[in-house]
Design a binder for this molecule. Structure first.
Ligand code: IPE
Ligand code: IPE
Ligand code: MG
Length: 234
């Protein structure tokens, strides 16, 4: 039986869910944000220690100004509603992604959530905002090169140290990655961190992803045979 310490979710299908109900895409994002609270609580209750959710990718800037504008406002709506509850539950909020490129208001709300919760020791809820894995790895390479150029270290980087240059520094590797809404791709999410993760693609859209669906995912994960390249001798 595997235990899932680190669950990563690609929250996809908000737009299609809204469309199917005759609502604007933004209504899907609103419902999706509410579902982050539901699933964070449920994941915490099921013993997950790290929940890393994909909220906005480096590619999502391609969407309409209206949609991008709404997605940039969502963190403020979300934390106004739920921050106190997260603090009461001991959740630690972390943001992964290039924060500098976010509008100032959005950045401040996200930083504030991180700072308010930094001493908490419960579930780490990491929100990937303006996150792209290739960008993350590129920035890590730059930071490392700078350290070498500055004479802070020799050019002897080990695989195990590379993590410390990523946005996810100090987090354990991803155990399970789930993508909602039926698409079977990774869309530039946590490429380094999922090297040995189990992957699950579920048909439900993100607003339909209930704690029962989470249970189904965790059950399937618990039964997977994680061999890490080895074999079992009977
Ligand atoms: C996921 O839902 C949320 C974000 C990418 C911000 P989508 O907005 O991608 O919804 P679909 O995939 O178009 O239905
Ligand atoms: C991935 O979903 C990004 C987020 C969930 C934030 P997309 O809907 O943007 O991905 P593609 O375009 O289907 O690959
Ligand atoms: Mg999508």
């Amino acid at each position: 039986m595997n235990t899932c310490r680190h669950l990563a979710i690609i929250m996809d299908g908000n737009g299609r869910w809204a469309k199917a109900q005759g609502k604007p895409r933004t209504a899907g994002h609103f419902a999706g944000a509410d579902n982050v609270r539901t699933i964070a609580i449920a994941a915490n209750e099921r013993g997950v220690e790290y929940l890393t959710i994909y909220a906005f990718s480096t590619e999502n800037w391609k969407r309409s100004q209206e949609e991008v504008g709404y997605l940039m406002k969502l963190p403020s709506i979300f934390f106004k509603k739920y921050m106190q509850e997260f603090l009461d539950r001991g959740f630690r909020i972390r943001i992964i992604g290039e924060m500098d490129a976010l509008p100032e208001g959005t950045r401040n709300v996200l930083r504030d959530a991180e700072i308010q919760s930094e001493k908490n020791t419960g579930l780490t809820l990491s929100i990937a905002m303006n996150y792209g894995s290739r960008r993350e790895i590129t920035l890590a390479a730059r930071k490392y090169a700078q350290d070498v150029a500055d004479g802070k270290r020799a050019n002897d980087l080990e695989e195990s140290e590379f993590d410390s240059y990523l946005f996810t520094a100090d987090m354990p590797p991803v155990d399970l990655m789930v993508r909602t809404s039926g698409e079977c791709r990774i869309s530039n999410y946590l490429l380094w961190q999922i090297a040995y993760a189990e992957l699950e693609f579920v048909p439900e859209s993100w607003p339909e992803f209930t704690p029962e669906v989470l249970d189904r995912c965790l059950k399937e994960y618990s039964e997977r045979d994680r061999r890490y390249g080895g074999i079992k001798y009977e």
